[in-house]
Design a protein around this ligand. Structure first.
Ligand code: MG
Length: 388
């Protein structure tokens, strides 16, 4: 196979809705890898582009603090697992978790895209092939943070987004109840019940609490009172690192508990499963280590009777990666999916194309080589930012 000839790091920052992004800007960082024949693969990381970019462009210091692009030149992109381990092993001085793994995620996604394009197959075939008849996305329903708006206004916006997502073909809708101090726990119960009434009985509805509680008893009080709302899973009820609290809540909750969306590597997910005892692992492909690590995580989940519902909160690259991941994984019943029409930044709509249609709740399996998407060069050029 043709060897890797070039690795580009492309940070992008563009204007976005302020109720979503406090800065008024949304960002991503694209990694583009080109082989000797000019074939390209792309990936991105869901984290601050300046922070991830700093990691990917750091000069080599020693054998444990290596520049990743230098490391990859001349290598065979098909050797994805070998290259993942190489990137991890040669960056353990500043790396091992967090930003380093988000950076490796972008590279790993790009390597898979490139390798599948070289062979001429849809990427999911490199992950082992088809494990389900179609892709089942859930639409995340989030009208932004409350700010100065009333809860009545927020619920009107939620209802509008529910209707829009159903009209777009979605049948699983995640209700983001990120209302924090604007509602009491008692009011929150009523709002979730109202949300269930809005979507009707036939829609599957996970609920995201956005790390609302610091105490598992309080989380349980609300979750017990929405037990009859047919909630698919309760996401992020407690602080991200409160694994003991998650374990106590999971043992008593009538609803599956989800978490680990910001985790990086299988080792962190192992902690979530072994100590946190959650049933739904939401680690993201563009954060937790790319396809290589997410496949390891999906295998790990099998041993714990857990499922993977991968975080895919951001760009069209992340959405495409989630489609291929789910196509190849048996214990991934849904993937997160932001319809571009409902996202608070044009980055979701404009960075790549095409965007597949959702029909009766499902998306057809990808057929084009690699991720099956193309980068919008105009957007990359127009919104490129300098690092540092
Ligand atoms: Mg989430």
């Amino acid at each position: 196979m043709a060897k890797i000839a070039k690795v580009e790091v492309l940070p992008i920052r563009m204007p976005a809705d302020k109720t979503w992004f406090e800065s008024g800007f949304d960002e991503t960082i694209v990694v583009r890898i080109t082989d000797e024949n000019g074939i390209q693969g792309i990936g991105d990381a869901y984290a601050s582009s300046h922070a991830v970019g700093g990691f990917l462009t750091m000069p080599t210091l020693n054998m444990w603090s290596h520049n990743i692009p230098d490391l990859l030149i001349g290598k065979d992109p098909l050797e994805t697992t070998h290259l993942w381990d190489l990137m991890y092993d040669t960056t353990i001085f500043p790396g091992r978790r967090g930003l380093a793994i988000h950076a490796i995620s972008a590279v790993d996604i790009a390597l898979h895209d490139l390798a599948a394009r070289q062979i001429g197959v849809p990427l999911y075939k490199l992950l082992g092939g088809q494990r389900r008849p179609h892709i089942t996305p859930y639409a995340t329903i989030f009208p932004g943070l409350v700010g100065k708006r009333s809860m009545r206004e927020m619920m009107r916006l939620v209802e509008g987004q529910f209707d829009q997502a159903i009209a777009l073909g979605f049948r699983v809708l995640k209700f983001e109840v990120l209302f924090y101090e604007h509602v009491t726990d008692r009011e929150l119960v009523d709002l979730i019940k109202e949300g269930r009434r809005m979507v009707g009985d036939d829609i599957v509805m996970p609920v995201d609490f956005g790390y609302r509680w610091k105490n598992w008893h309080d989380a349980k009080w609300v979750i017990d009172r929405i037990a009859d709302c047919n909630v698919l899973f309760a996401e992020a009820p407690l602080q991200h690192d409160d694994l003991a609290g998650h374990a106590k809540l999971a043992a008593q909750s009538p609803i599956r508990i989800g978490g680990a969306e910001f985790a990086a590597t299988r080792w962190e997910v192992f902690e979530w499963l072994d100590r946190g005892r959650v049933s739904v692992i939401q680690a993201g492909i563009s954060r937790a280590g790319g396809f290589t690590e997410l496949m390891r995580i999906a295998d790990l989940c099998e041993y714990y009777g857990a499922e993977v519902a991968t975080l895919a909160w951001h760009t069209g690259i992340t959405a495409a990666a989630a489609r291929h991941f789910q196509a190849a994984v048996a214990n991934a019943p849904v993937i997160e999916y932001f319809p571009p029409e409902l996202f608070g930044s044009p980055l979701r709509r404009d960075l790549v194309s095409p965007e597949p249609k959702v029909v009766d709740g499902n998306i057809a399996l990808p057929t084009e080589p690699g991720l099956g998407i193309a980068l919008n060069e105009e957007i990359v050029a127009k919104y490129a930012v300098k690092l540092g």
